[in-house]
Design a protein around this ligand. Structure first.
Ligand code: PLP
Length: 483
């Protein structure tokens, strides 16, 4: 394809995307295909000769689109939102078109510097402490591909930090493997499975602790008792991953008491706010951050995913650390071919994560923040929170259902009173109908249905529509039970 063909087909592609967006409502939110459907439709061998663009796009429409789940559909209430504002799409286009591989400042100065700038902007917007910002000279922020990457990288940094400390204390008989097997990390049983996975990858045992049965968050006291017991058993507690906005039900750990324990016991405190982190641009929701702000020592690292709830396309997960040396010293390898004349006085993000190569992701963040303004983003978050409350009020009025957890953000969890089986049956019926898409979770051993506000332009009528679908299916079930 030459540049003039790209000009033409690129414009056609924008038209295709616009038509897709406008037709969302007419499509079924989840596809009606069986596993292996695409194999049956497309050739198993690649073409030897070039094909016409029109023929490729025809296959997109005829075959690929048939199996697409429409995450931006107004009836999509599963998982969490997946941002895709138009300025973000354009940021992604430009980043792809520039085709840079920004592993160091020298590899593309604008890529490194815009990332630092938007990470500082995001820190200011979400009420993060000053020492997380590059401009503080102490810590800084970096974009990772996912929250799972952020948490793994942080656990590796905390592990290196702890082992270095032990090495200083046991200079004469330090054997890394011996101490590594005694390190223990903590999270609540409601923390995302990526914490457990980070432990698997980094050879760290992760103890999953009970959460408070009412507000569904981990408390400092539970952490304290676990640390004491583990120390008695010869283990070395070193890391905790607290969560603000759990995946199952968006509950929050008690950060204030957890950070106090971490300070007292010398643990690295990481906060995973993958979903809820975006909400902290709204002043009224920042009370969950108690414990992040108070002193420079409270929280060591913090991640959230603007690609969930800040209208920015996947992938975009941000991670801040209060001491950048602790992160980079666990990641640095420095072959001659990657060094450059400014190496010692600029930020080279290749030292801030696992991959060497990095995309120009900050463009899409910068485009979105500038196009919406922080106030526009707050409006979007507040709309979802308001609609979640509206949905909650519908659930409350139907005495067949009970709410699970509190509605702080844009997620409402509910279940058929006292019945895992009916809850499970209900969500299966609804998803099979194709009228709505939600996913289940378990909390306190109970099967629940999660209703997440996802669409950028979600409206009251979407909530009423969803409730009506749920109620209609519930009525059918009630009738069947009675007969
Ligand atoms: N942490 C929380 C609280 C999440 O909700 C999720 C995913 O939904 C993750 C971590 C994992 O996110 P990612 O897909 O970016 O690794």
């Amino acid at each position: 394809m030459d540049v003039e063909e790209f000009r033409k087909h690129g414009k056609d592609m924008v038209d295709y995307i616009c038509d897709y967006m406008k037709s969302l409502q007419e499509r079924q939110v989840i596809p009606d295909v069986q596993p292996g459907y695409l194999r049956l439709s497309l050739p198993a061998i690649p073409p030897e000769q070039p094909e016409a663009w029109e023929s490729i796009m025809k296959d997109v429409e005829d075959h690929v689109m048939r199996g697409v789940t429409h995450w931006q559909h107004p009836r999509f209430h599963a998982y969490f939102p997946a941002g895709n504002a138009y300025p973000s799409i354009m940021g992604g286009m430009l980043g792809d078109a520039l085709g840079i591989v920004g592993f160091s400042w020298a590899a593309s100065p604008a890529c490194a510097e815009l990332e630092m700038l938007v990470l500082d902007w995001l820190a200011k917007m979400t009420h993060m402490p000053h020492h997380f910002q590059h401009e503080s000279g102490l810590g800084g922020g970096v974009m990772q591909g996912s929250a799972s990457d952020s948490i793994l990288v942080t656990m590796l940094a905390a592990r290196r930090d702890k082992l270095n400390q032990i090495k200083r204390e046991h200079a004469n008989d330090f054997e890394e493997g011996k101490f590594l097997s005694r390190l223990v990390a903590y999270c609540s049983k409601l923390a995302h499975s990526c914490v457990e996975k980070a432990g698997m990858i980094s050879c760290i045992q992760v103890h999953q602790l009970d959460y408070h049965p009412d507000y569904l968050g981990l408390q400092g006291r539970t952490l304290q008792l676990a640390i004491e017991e583990d120390r008695r058993n010869g283990l070395i507690p070193f890391f905790v991953c607290a969560v603000l906005g759990t995946t199952a039900c968006a509950s929050c750990d008690d950060l204030e008491s957890i950070t106090q324990v971490c300070q007292r016991e010398g643990l690295w405190c990481h906060v995973d706010a993958a979903y809820a982190g975006s909400a902290f641009i709204c002043e009224e929701l920042t009370y969950f951050l108690r414990g992040v702000e108070v002193s420079r020592r409270n929280v060591d690292s913090y991640n959230f995913n603007p690609n969930k709830w800040m209208l920015i396309n996947f992938d975009c997960s941000v991670l801040w650390v209060r001491d950048k040396e602790k992160l980079t010293s666990s990641m640095i390898v420095d072959p001659v071919y990657l060094q450059h004349k400014h190496s010692s006085n600029v930020v080279d993000f290749r030292h801030w994560g696992i991959p060497l190569s990095r995309r120009f992701r900050s463009l899409k963040v910068w485009f979105v923040i500038r196009s919406y303004g922080v106030e526009g983003l707050r409006r979007y978050i507040r709309n979802h929170c308001m609609l979640a409350k509206l949905f909650e009020s519908q659930v409350k009025r139907d005495n067949r259902f009970e709410l699970v957890g509190q509605v702080h953000f844009g997620l409402v969890c509910f279940r058929w009173k006292d019945s895992n089986a009916l809850t499970q049956y209900l969500i299966r019926q609804i998803n099979d109908s194709g009228k709505l898409h939600m996913i289940p979770a378990t909390v306190k051993g109970q099967y629940i249905i999660r209703f997440a506000l996802c669409s950028e332009h979600a409206k009251e009528e979407d909530v009423f529509y969803a409730w009506n679908v749920i109620k209609t299916h519930a009525d059918e079930i009630s009738t069947t039970i009675k007969t």
